[in-house]
Design a protein. Structure first.
Ligand code: Y39
Ligand code: FE
Ligand code: FE
Ligand code: FE
Length: 230
């Protein structure tokens, strides 16, 4: 089924919609919570940018509150156990990298992969969201671009020393995104969001980010192809 253009055809109060929403809404709430923690951790790892990183962490906390309100508005209880499971591999990889002081890997996971995932998901959700959630999500997605930009700027400024670690971290973490998308494909579809649109938007954001950081088109092609078959 093609990506829906408008929300007119969606019944936000049907049991089928609310059941799917209980998982997607939980993913977003848990994702915002983990993003908040990740930016606080990054503030410790990059002390000369801590002020800005704490301000990003604060935004993530606001996003979480906004999406909690979206769930309440539809009288949906978010399935947070499912959501924790959903993020567990990326979460473990971030924790392990942080414990070793691998800032580049932490930034790739949070500021490139997770932010691009968020931007893709929110852009695709906005046209099919209920009125309440649309307004919230429009405000949030603007912030996510600034989070992605933070990662791009730092990695661009440190490109020569970061390059090899970025390639390794990409190889370890990009395939996880495709596994995660496969897990939510059905629920996203119920909300009017098509997997192909999500993949397309993610690849555009992620490819542009790698380009801004300093990778060549050939390198971007090679890095992006990883795990696509997962
Ligand atoms: O930086 C952020 O705010 C990111 C944590 C939020 C993650 C959002 C993840 C969205 C995935 C939803 C998948 C729906 C198909
Ligand atoms: Fe379809
Ligand atoms: Fe956010
Ligand atoms: Fe963010």
């Amino acid at each position: 089924m093609p990506q829906l253009e408008a929300s007119a055809a969606i019944d936000f109060y049907s049991e089928v919609y609310k059941d799917a929403y209980s998982r997607i809404n939980a993913i977003v709430i848990e994702g915002e919570q983990e993003a908040n923690e990740n930016y606080i951790r990054l503030a410790e790892l990059i002390p000369d940018q801590s002020e800005q990183l704490f301000s990003l962490a604060k935004m993530e906390n606001r996003h979480k509150k906004g999406f909690e309100a979206c769930g309440r508005n539809l009288k949906v209880t978010p399935d947070l156990d499912f959501a924790r499971q959903f993020f567990s591999k990326l979460h473990e990889n971030f924790q392990a990298a942080a414990a070793q002081g691998n800032i580049v890997t932490c930034l790739l996971i949070q500021s490139l992969i997770i932010e691009c995932f968020a931007i893709a998901a929110y852009n695709i959700y906005i046209p099919v969201a209920d009125d309440f959630a649309r307004k919230i999500t429009e405000g949030v997605v603007k912030d996510e671009y600034s989070h992605l930009n933070f990662g791009e700027e730092w990695l661009k400024a440190n490109f020569e020393t970061a390059k090899a670690e970025l390639e390794t971290a990409n190889r370890q973490n990009l395939p996880l995104v495709w596994q995660m998308l496969n897990q939510v494909e059905k629920d996203a579809h119920v909300l009017g969001m098509e997997k192909e649109s999500l993949v397309e938007d993610f690849m555009i954001q992620y490819g542009e980010a790698l380009e801004n950081i300093g990778f060549t088109t050939r390198e971007i092609m090679r890095m992006s192809a990883l795990g696509l078959s997962a």
